[in-house]
Design a protein around this ligand. Structure first.
Ligand SMILES: NC(=O)c1ccc[n+]([C@@H]2O[C@H](COP(=O)([O-])OP(=O)(O)OC[C@H]3O[C@@H](n4cnc5c(N)ncnc54)[C@H](O)[C@@H]3O)[C@@H](O)[C@H]2O)c1
Length: 264
């Protein structure tokens, strides 16, 4: 899809990948850019930079997503591209994490995508066209060794995007699913607080948010489902698909060597 004259909504637009997406999409001369973030000051600063409308939205609440979609429609009519980009790292570690933290991660990283689809798909289907961009993660195709919650929720985000692409493709709905590895944003600092997570991320190059935004816009232009800004991810996914046992053994080796270097 070409983005000129399109109405685009981006969540998590106040920082990192969302901010870079807003700046990159602005270069395509969209009809309107609606920039949502729980942090209104941050979204407002980006909106001033790119000439968009900032809307305070907590994507972990369905009523906020419904209000965002209504506000966007009042502002510029039907939405052409909805980018569910906001996300949180969630608690580190495994099943010992408290339920309320796991639940909040689930709502922001997964339910937000379901609620956005619920809000925008009926109108898109009526018009016979519409586009959803999901910012998932390579953790949704592989895993994030330091964080169970992030791995589960990003897998679910990929699954939701796939489900919509399969079930709504014939109705004219396009879906792209953005799955980067490490990107230099404030969220990466959280991942780096964990030595095992840092060791895993540092095996591959870290990209800038602008590189990821460029890849996302190219993916949307090509109407490609899987957008992998780090080419190595395609290789890892192929390895996992070809031999799951070998992939698991390799991941266990990665965790073991990170633990050993931490201990020693
Ligand atoms: N940085 C990475 O290495 C990396 C890698 C793969 C995927 N991702 C994904 O990219 C997306 C963007 O992350 P980023 O790295 O740009 O992080 P970031 O922390 O720089 O930006 C996230 C933005 O989302 C906003 N946000 C957080 N919770 C929100 C909520 N409930 N409602 C609305 N806005 C909310 C924050 O205020 C912030 O502006 C996330 O979904 C993340 O999981 C990041």
């Amino acid at each position: 899809m070409e983005l000129a004259e399109r109405h685009v909504v981006i969540t998590g637009a106040g920082s990192g990948i969302g901010r870079a997406l807003a700046k990159r999409i602005a270069c395509e001369r969209p009809r309107a850019l609606v920039l949502a973030d729980v942090n209104l000051d941050a979204a407002g600063a980006v909106a001033r930079e790119v000439g968009g409308l900032a809307v305070q939205t907590d994507v972990g609440r369905e009523e906020d997503i419904r209000a965002l979609v209504e506000r966007a429609r009042e502002h510029a009519g039907a939405i052409d591209l909805f980018c569910s980009n906001a996300g949180v790292p969630g608690p580190g570690g495994g099943p010992e994490a408290p339920d309320d933290e796991l639940q909040r991660t689930w709502e922001v990283n997964v339910m937000a995508h379901v609620w956005a689809a619920r809000a925008v798909l009926p109108e898109m289907v009526d018009r016979g066209e519409g586009y959803l961009l999901t910012t998932a993660s390579a953790a949704g195709l592989l895993t994030q060794v330091s964080a169970l919650a992030y791995s589960i929720t990003k897998h679910a985000a990929v699954a939701a995007a796939e489900w919509i692409a399969i079930n709504y493709g014939d109705a004219g709905i396009k879906v792209s699913c953005l799955c980067p590895l490490g990107v230099r944003t404030p969220m990466l600092d959280t991942a780096f607080e964990d030595r095992i997570g840092a060791a895993a991320l540092l095996r591959d190059e870290l990209l800038e948010p602008d590189d990821v935004a460029e890849a996302a816009v190219a993916g949307i232009r090509d109407e490609r489902f899987l957008v992998l800004p780090h080419p190595a991810v395609a290789k890892y996914v192929a390895l996992k698909g070809a031999d799951h046992e070998r992939w698991l053994a390799g991941m266990r080796g990665l965790v073991r060597s990170a633990r050993e270097s931490e201990a020693g």
